[in-house]
Design a protein around this ligand. Structure first.
Ligand SMILES: [Fe+2]
Length: 781
């Protein structure tokens, strides 16, 4: 792990409020801190120039360091499990769906007695294993039958004190022709272990020493571990297949029903003693159980069919580092992007946070709405090879060198797969987010001699730098604030600017933006692939977000059938377009083509000459005319149009008064492809020109506001070119002037020829009226 890393407890803070800084410093090395307001985070010497303002603070200076680690792998913890009642015979039964049965030893259930005795069910490459460790000696027995991955099995352990026999069994729920995976085996124990007070784990084995973290984490689902007294394994197996035992039948000692309390960290015991447990390190809940019938898809309607938890050996939760110190934000600090710089003998880091205006401070006319929910979802996006690939350039630029692939101890992002091949659904911010840093870049951008390879924070800082250099006062607010406060957050502002990639939203953030526009607000959407996926916060842990990638969309992994509803709030996951809130309605455009990080120019349409947008041409009337190029250069991929592109679609909800003032095309670039959600037959519903385009779009709203949407992820990278004095930026500066002018925008009366139903091509023709010729299949779509 990088020798010096930190994190703060939240992204957004007001002057007068306090945030907590947590720092892990290798070998307890002391470290020093200072705080800066960042105006431009791009480290590229051929970029606009890294720029920050020192903000002296009482915490500046040297601090003692503390080495702090992380632990990967999820499990359940039961602080108390008293097996005294099972002294005459113990049966442990559970149902499992292992995903990496040949990985090696994995703990499934383990009880540890007060005297150190351990009774455990494990799996390894040869099948299920029962073990008893007592007096420093372990006796184990394997069923000796390999388990198939992603198949349901009942596993059981019987401890019979009368015969001193320890038995392990495994039985598949469905037959697997040609594969013998049903079996049991017994061993005679040297002595009968003492069963009494103790504790238990699920999905891991206890660490070797007292107080050590669990080890041998399990990959896969586990359902309803149940403990019975006596030795009747068949009765226990029959119960595993039936409904959760209720009414507390005789011989039941404990039964943990994972379908109870799904959005919590609690595990309920429906047995007579109530041995409650806790979920550790964020495994996936609301996972289909062995009894899932397919008749319901929404777990809240029939939770008993979602009684499984999927554990992973690389899950991570709140890493829980000790606090280094609190930072109280001085009451006179202006709103802005900030960071704490950390430095030790071994390394440097910076930890971003954002200061929003306090009630006592005057608001600017412009608010930059930082897409912190998207930052959150993308944090620690492991891309193998990026650390090595970027290192030499980062060192030459004096930038941070850290990349997630070189810090595997910090876990994964929802852009990764778990080690067992399942998608990562959780995004955790209570850990160092090594790729959400200033003075840092992500892509090795060799598209031009000015390529910065910036993303997220540092791209978004170009907007800060641009407004500041042009003399526009602005405030910083975040998605997290919008989620909490809705439209009240945005109301004071004449213009709200979203950034390069506001991809993830909650119901609340979309409501806030919609209400803002409905009340006459003005909005710039300066990115691509925005407002695309739904993400939800954990109701008890603001540091955890969940993404279920249901049905379709351009995605790294797909949600499993039956698991499309979030565990955190029971709502349906996936594309906002499929949830009925397509961004066409909000900002006029929506995701249409995906490519790599290469940029291309816009070409203006006749729309640029429309009197409705005369304000864009103010002072540049001779340069900004129909059919000209702009955004030909940029610090992201070498041009303004690139990476992820959005287009209008009247049938999907683009307001009919929307005016496309420029188009960007990526024709002849096989690394680009249309988005899969547009495709409903074996043919793409249009030509490359129809579908692989960015529409720079303007429209007025009925309440006197307006929206300007650019529809490209590389757009913001083109703003700083020539000291923010290129044609595209001049046009955008004109747009800022008009959008902060209180004069209401007016919607001109429109006459339409006919109704548009369903997705529409740019010529207004509905998709599906006739089968268009298929696009040539090129590249790796
Ligand atoms: Fe994205």
């Amino acid at each position: 792990m990088h020798p010096l890393l930190g994190y703060v407890d939240r992204w957004s803070v007001k002057p007068g409020e306090t945030i907590s800084l947590r720092v892990g410093s290798a070998k307890n090395a002391p470290f020093e801190t200072r705080i800066a307001r960042v105006m431009c985070g791009d480290p590229n010497p051929k970029g606009p120039g890294y720029r920050e303002i020192k903000m002296p603070h009482p915490t500046d200076g040297q601090h003692p360091g503390k080495e702090q680690g992380t632990h990967l792998g999820s499990w359940l913890r039961f602080p108390s499990l008293d097996l005294s009642a099972a002294s005459g015979g113990l049966v442990i039964a559970l149902t499992a769906w292992p995903t990496t049965p040949r990985k090696g030893r994995q703990g499934v259930f383990a009880w540890t007695g007060a005297d150190g005795t351990v009774v455990a069910i494990e799996i390894d490459k040869d099948g299920a294993v029962a073990s008893v460790t007592s007096g420093g000696r372990t006796t184990s027995v394997s069923a000796g039958k390999q388990l198939i991955e992603r198949a349901w099995y009942d596993l059981w352990l019987v401890l019979d004190p009368a015969s001193k026999k320890l038995t392990i069994g495994q039985r598949p729920r469905e037959g697997h022709p040609g594969f013998e995976d049903d079996g049991q085996a017994s061993v005679t124990l040297p002595a009968v272990p003492k069963l009494g007070a103790g504790s238990a784990l699920v999905a891991a084995l206890p660490g070797k020493t007292a107080g050590a973290r669990p080890e041998a984490h399990y990959n896969g689902k586990i359902e309803r571990p149940t403990i019975w007294t006596g030795t009747d394994a068949e009765a226990a197996l029959a119960a595993q297949k039936g409904k959760t035992p209720n009414g507390k039948p005789p011989r039941l000692l404990a039964c943990w029903d994972f379908s109870i309390g799904i959005p919590t960290f609690d595990i309920e015991d429906v047995g007579p003693h109530g041995f409650k447990g806790k979920v550790e390190n964020m495994p996936d809940r609301a996972m289909t159980g062995s009894n899932w019938s397919g008749k319901e898809h929404r777990w809240t309607h029939l939770p008993e069919e979602w009684g499984a938890i999927h554990f992973h050996d690389d899950d991570i939760g709140d890493v829980g580092w000790e606090k280094a110190f609190d930072i109280e934000i001085p009451r006179d600090w202006p709103s802005g992007m900030y960071c704490v710089h950390l430095k030790s003998a071994a390394g440097i880091d910076n930890v971003p946070f954002f200061v929003r205006p306090a009630a006592h401070q005057k608001k600017a006319k412009i608010a930059i709405l930082l897409p912190t929910i998207t930052y959150h979802v993308y944090n620690n996006f492991v891309r193998p090879g990026f650390g090595k690939q970027n290192r030499a350039r980062a060192e030459a630029w004096g930038a941070l060198t850290q990349q997630p692939d070189e810090n595997p101890e910090l876990g994964l992002s929802p852009y990764n797969y778990h080690s067992d091949g399942s998608g990562v659904t959780h995004a955790i911010s209570a850990r160092p987010m090594v790729d959400k840093r200033f003075n840092h870049f992500i892509m090795l951008d060799k598209s031009s001699d000015i390529g910065s390879g910036t993303y997220w924070l540092n791209v978004d800082s170009y907007i800060v730098d641009w407004l500041d250099r042009k003399g526009f006062e602005h405030d910083i607010v975040t998605d997290h604030d919008l989620h909490a406060e809705g439209v009240d957050l945005l109301k004071p502002y004449s213009l709200v600017i979203t950034c390069q990639h506001p991809e993830y939203h909650t119901d609340q953030t979309l409501d806030g933006l919609k209400n803002y526009l409905d009340q006459g607000g003005r909005l710039f959407y300066l990115g691509g692939n925005g407002f695309y996926w739904k993400a939800v916060f954990h109701p008890l842990a603001p540091w955890a977000m969940e993404v279920r990638r249901a049905e379709s969309g351009v995605r790294i992994w797909a949600t499993e059938v039956g698991e499309s509803y979030h565990a955190f709030d029971g709502s349906y996951g996936g594309l906002w377009r499929r949830i009925g809130r397509s961004s066409h309605k909000l900002v006029g455009i929506s995701f249409t083509a995906q490519g790599t990080y290469n940029g291309h120019p816009y070409k203006t349409t006749d729309g640029i000459m429309d009197p409705r947008v005369a304000f864009l041409r103010k002072g540049i009337e001779n340069q900004l005319t129909s059919g000209i190029q702009m955004g030909e250069r940029g610090h992201m991929g070498g041009g303004a149009v690139g990476h992820e592109l959005d287009r209008i679609d009247f049938g999907m909800g683009t307001p009919r008064n929307a005016l496309v003032i420029a188009e960007g095309h990526v024709l002849g670039h096989p690394e680009y492809g249309p988005v899969n959600e547009d495709r409903i037959t074996q043919f793409w519903p249009g030509t490359e020109k129809d579908l692989m385009r960015s529409d720079l779009t303007f429209f007025e709203t009925p309440a006197g506001g307006a929206v300007l949407s650019v529809g490209s992820m590389c757009f913001v990278g083109a703003l700083p070119v020539d000291n923010y004095d290129n044609l595209l930026t001049k046009m955008m500066t004109n747009a800022v002037e008009r959008f902060i002018d209180p004069t209401p925008f007016k919607v001109a009366p429109l006459k339409l020829d006919g109704l548009v139903k369903g997705p529409t091509l740019p010529d207004g023709k509905p998709v599906g009226r006739e089968v268009p010729p298929p696009l040539p299949v090129t590249g790796n779509r």
